[in-house]
Design a protein around this ligand. Structure first.
Ligand code: MN
Length: 219
């Protein structure tokens, strides 16, 4: 483990990561790593934990285009994944690939280790491939590895503001003329009609426009 390599220095050569908090039908977090010009994506129902004893389910979702990492705003009702998106954390990351493993090959490994240089998420993390049940989805566990950035009992809901704009979700909604709602109110009611995405149901990942399959609205 190389925790001493962790640095706050921004290196423009490093790829980026983003965690977007997404108030779709079900509140969840979307974790995305830049790999070969795409955002490799997972939906994380409970969000990240800095507690190394906590393993968070992360369901692999379709890749997203790189520029989606900067998206913060609302996806219109009726579109797949309708709801608010807040850039919860972002920054550079360092993939810790085994020697001789290309970035493409890396994604087929059963363990992905990397160092995050975010505002909220820092230090060593790991994704562990985990298969359960008959689902064709790739199931992973997202785990904090031990270093000086661990925090026992961490709750991502304790840090609700956008890492890029400092806004709350209600301010994001308000800037687009959408009434504010409580953090704890179900987005379903807020939007007045069902939204599509629900990682608990292992549905496909949406996008604001043109990302993911259209016309897949479900209950
Ligand atoms: Mn999402």
């Amino acid at each position: 483990m190389p925790p001493d390599r962790v640095s706050s220095t921004e290196n423009p050569q490093l790829p980026r990561f983003v965690v977007q908090k997404h108030w779709a039908r079900t509140l969840h977090y979307d974790f995305r790593l830049e790999v070969d010009g795409q955002l490799i994506s997972w939906a994380v129902p409970k969000g990240p934990s800095r507690d190394p004893k906590v393993r968070r389910l992360a369901v692999r979702m379709p890749d997203h285009p790189l520029d989606y990492a900067a998206f913060e705003g609302t996806i219109p009702r009726g579109e797949y994944g309708a709801g608010a998106v807040l850039v919860w954390d972002t920054g550079a990351y360092e993939p810790l690939r085994p020697a001789g493993v290309s970035s493409k090959e890396w994604l087929h490994q059963d363990f992905l280790r990397f160092i995050l240089h975010g505002a909220k998420l820092r230090g060593l993390w790991e994704m562990v491939r985990y298969r359960a049940g008959p689902s064709p989805k790739e199931m992973w566990l997202w785990i904090k590895l031990r270093d000086r950035f661990v925090q026992t009992g961490y709750d991502p809901e304790s840090e609700p503001l956008s890492a890029v704009s400092g806004r709350t979700v209600d301010e994001i909604r308000g800037s687009e003329g959408i009434p504010a709602v409580s953090e704890h109110e179900r987005p379903l009611e807020a939007w007045g009609q069902p939204c599509a995405e629900d990682p608990f149901q292992l549905g496909d990942e949406p996008g604001p426009t043109g990302i993911g399959p259209p016309g897949r609205l479900t209950q």
